[in-house]
Design a protein around this ligand. Structure first.
Ligand SMILES: [Zn+2]
Length: 213
């Protein structure tokens, strides 16, 4: 995480002013900062604030301190989906993702009833796996609930998440298998245990294949 910290520090400086501008409704100020950032990064891709990658998702922006601007899949190949469990509620996840001091956010949060929030654009690198290279190559999906409460992993949640994952696999030509759809606990260097032993991978992969088919 050391290298990432340096990059993130640079982003925080710009993002802090951007957050103030957004809070006061001065969107021109934020746009100026974004243009400045793009000049520095030397690459640009058209984007619309609040635009979604998954149809039907609700846009709930994470703090820009919790992700890094990128232009995936042009600058980084996307070939992994990382499955997470929040260890809390859907609302808890959205709250911490909006917190600029949290230092983490995933791209999506799936609620028990199947509702999905998108919090970071797929072209950007979200800080969700605790591993810089893995963040650069992956999309992170959080699921409401707790690793030791499998009853909270509802049919609606599995189905909605599988439909989301199928769309991601189609967009970036990711094979639907356990090499490419991984647990957060399987990411090298992580000390996280989610989604835990109760996450039904056979069922999840079957549903992803069905949704893709
Ligand atoms: Zn996780």
């Amino acid at each position: 995480m050391g290298g990432e910290r340096i990059t993130r520090r640079g982003v925080i400086v710009g993002a802090g002013a951007g957050l103030v501008a957004a809070a006061t409704g001065a969107y021109a100020g934020r746009d100026e900062i974004e243009r400045w950032w793009w000049r520095v990064s030397g690459r640009e891709r058209p984007r619309t604030d609040g635009a979604l990658d998954h149809a039907g998702a609700e846009w709930v922006a994470a703090s820009s301190a919790n992700w890094r601007r990128a232009s995936r899949p042009d600058d980084y190949t996307i070939d992994r989906i990382v499955v997470h469990v929040v260890q809390g509620s859907y609302g808890d996840a959205l709250d911490v993702f909006r917190d600029p001091l949290h230092e983490a956010a995933a791209h999506y949060v799936v609620r028990k009833d199947g509702h999905i929030a998108q919090t970071v654009r797929e072209l950007d690198v979200a800080f969700h796996s605790g591993n810089r290279r893995f963040n650069e190559r992956s999309i992170g999906i959080e699921h409401e609930g707790y690793v030791d409460r499998p009853a909270g992993f509802t049919d609606a949640m599995y189905t909605a998440s599988a439909r989301l994952a199928a769309g991601i696999c189609a967009r970036y030509r990711i094979p639907v298998d356990r090499t490419h759809l991984v647990a957060h606990s399987e990411v090298p260097g992580t000390d996280h245990t989610d989604p835990g032993p109760h996450w039904d991978w056979d069922r999840y992969l079957r549903l992803v294949r069905e949704a893709a088919g």
